[in-house]
Design a protein around this ligand. Structure first.
Ligand code: SF4
Length: 342
């Protein structure tokens, strides 16, 4: 069976022509799946009965509801989705986090089952890698949560490294931003990355979404200790690439900096960070580290974080401390494990 949810207009046109359907059927399918959010062919009443019957034989829309939801005291919700193989058996679980905040509601989506990047402080990274999600599986998280219609923003910061699954991310962005899809502005979307430099260049050149780079330490040796990908894609090269572009205007580049007590939180680090980013129009988000079992890392205290923030702001780098959400349900940054409760 072919899954149609997640396909682009041109992919659906190709599918329709291969089945001998009129080309405009593809536009109708987009309208039903992405505008009207319909999940079965029988409800697509402007398709002929013959086309609906054929679609039921060979294809499925392919949306799936979450199998579990945990709600934090702060209103954050963590959704668990089952990922199935071609025999419809459950292969793995992934998580998405819904974060309501005043008139904004952000969904943090996963793009892989586990992750190859091996960041030492990350629960997902400790699981190893179990496969990449398709565009349909990524979009399913956005369309199938009960709060879907309240969403104002999507961030690709859940389980996995988006740029290690570039084609699916690009296809997801196309569905989200095209008028035949959800029709969102790309400025409602942020893709986060450890900085796989060649793919980062493609993301900058081929899309208009915001970009967040996980930095966490400005000193190469120290960064390599917590982020092994530093050896392959050094932060200096990532920043050099970003400096070649003009970031003034609506598109935003930000750096995520998780604060680890006694590891990356003193004024030497702030000073080196300011030096590294000088001349780049960007912002730095400081993130409290959320301890998990089996990790030696602890978060910095409030005074240290505020001093770091002040130093950067006083040295020309816009910096804020990001509010922590959903820690009690293991939904905060770096804590997603994709595990089903018993
Ligand atoms: S922090 Fe992100 S890139 Fe690093 S291991 Fe975790 S999920 Fe992967």
């Amino acid at each position: 069976m072919t899954t149609l949810f997640g396909q682009t207009l041109s992919q659906l046109q190709e599918f329709c022509l291969s089945e001998g359907f009129p080309k405009f059927t593809a536009k109708q399918l987009c309208d039903w799946m992405y505008h009207k959010r319909v999940n079965d062919f029988n409800s697509m009443t402007n398709l002929s009965l013959k086309i609906r019957a054929r679609l039921n034989e060979i294809a499925l829309v392919g949306r799936h509801d979450p199998v579990d939801c945990q709600v934090s005291v702060d209103g954050t919700k963590k959704y668990l989705f089952a990922i199935r193989n071609s025999e419809s058996e459950i292969q793995n679980y992934i998580e998405s986090v819904y974060i309501p905040d005043g008139d904004r509601a952000t969904l943090c989506v996963s793009c892989q089952m586990g992750c190859k990047m091996g960041c030492r402080f990350c629960v997902t990274g400790k699981q190893g890698f179990h496969g990449s999600l398709t565009a349909g599986e990524i979009l399913n998280q956005i369309f199938s949560i009960p709060d879907s219609e309240q969403l104002t923003n999507v961030v690709f910061m859940g389980m996995g490294e988006p740029l290690d699954n570039y084609d699916a991310i690009k296809q997801t962005l196309e569905v989200l931003t095209s008028e035949w899809g959800l029709g969102w502005s790309p400025h409602r979307l942020t893709v986060s990355t450890v900085g796989i430099t060649p793919m980062l260049k493609r993301l900058i050149d081929e899309t208009q979404c915001h970009i967040a780079v996980s930095l966490h330490n400005p000193f190469p040796d120290e960064r390599a200790e917590i982020m092994p990908m530093q050896k392959m894609y050094p932060i200096a090269g990532i920043v050099d690439l970003l400096k070649k572009y003009n970031w003034y205007g609506q598109r935003r580049i930000s750096f995520e900096y998780t604060m680890f007590r006694g590891i990356n939180d003193d004024i030497n680090h702030a000073s080196e960070l300011a030096r590294l980013l000088r001349g780049l129009h960007c912002r730095v988000n400081l993130i409290r580290f959320h301890s998990s079992p089996d990790t030696p890392y602890r978060t910095s205290d409030e005074r240290t974080m505020t001093a770091f923030e002040d130093y950067l702001n006083n040295h020309g780098i816009i910096c804020t401390i990001r509010a922590s959400r959903g820690e009690d349900i293991m939904a905060a940054c770096g804590l997603l494990a994709g595990k089903k409760k018993n």
